[in-house]
Design a protein around this ligand. Structure first.
Ligand code: SAM
Length: 197
């Protein structure tokens, strides 16, 4: 099964000059994406799915989707510095053939994924995540979430057109990287409870 996390950032820019030091200082809040990537990497060998991170740059001058599949970054990510270095290379040079970088509107991106994924929008106001347990394994799953901010209102409107299922981890407001960890944990527990039956 394919499992993708689509994180939308209004502040991250492609090709702007950045360094580890400036990122630690909060430039474009790339640190949020570094933590998302690091946390997802940690589930690579624990979850029975092909994981990928899709970073959507929603700044009006960007409208760019960067898809990083599980097959990239074979090297072990030990810490946030490793994941920051890895993302920094992609954002400055775009290298590595497994990584897809496409200029695309948010809507066009979702359209291109509809055949392979069912979409879930992470929001504290959605359905309890446990309610999707029986839908796991049907087809690929794409979880959409904001980064340091929620996704933009026009993106939320687009989601309605795609019949997205809003799901919640409770009323507490979590960091994006924590949301990824909790969803992966839930997917693992759904998987093991279906094996027990
Ligand atoms: C750090 S939060 C975004 C900013 C935050 N909502 C605020 O008030 O400033 C990152 C994203 O994680 C997701 N999220 C956070 N808490 C959640 C929860 N309890 N249930 C589902 N998704 C959640 C949402 O998609 C949110 O946009």
């Amino acid at each position: 099964m394919e499992v993708a996390f689509l994180v939308s950032s209004q502040t991250l820019r492609f090709g702007s000059k950045k360094s580890i030091k400036s990122i630690v200082g909060g430039q474009e809040r790339m640190d949020v994406l570094s933590r998302c990537f690091l946390n997802l990497q940690r589930w690579k060998d624990k979850i029975n799915a092909n994981l990928s991170l899709i970073i959507f740059l929603s700044h009006p001058d960007e409208q760019l989707a960067i898809t990083i599949p599980h097959t990239s970054s074979q090297n072990k990510m030990e810490d946030e510095a490793d994941s920051t270095r890895f993302l920094l290379n992609i954002l400055s040079e775009g290298q590595e053939s497994a990584i897809k970088i496409e200029k695309n509107s948010f809507e066009a991106l979702l359209k291109s994924m509809t055949d392979n994924y069912r979409f879930y929008y992470l929001t504290p106001d959605g359905l309890d995540i446990d309610e999707i347990e029986n839908k796991v394994n049907e087809r690929g799953m794409c979880f959409i979430l904001g980064s340091q901010y929620d996704i933009m209102p026009n993106q939320e409107k687009t989601l309605i057109d795609f019949n997205i299922i809003p799901i919640s981890l409770g009323k507490q407001n979590y960091l994006a990287s924590h949301v990824i960890t909790i969803v992966c944990y839930k997917l693992c527990s759904f998987n093991s409870s279906s094996k027990d039956e």
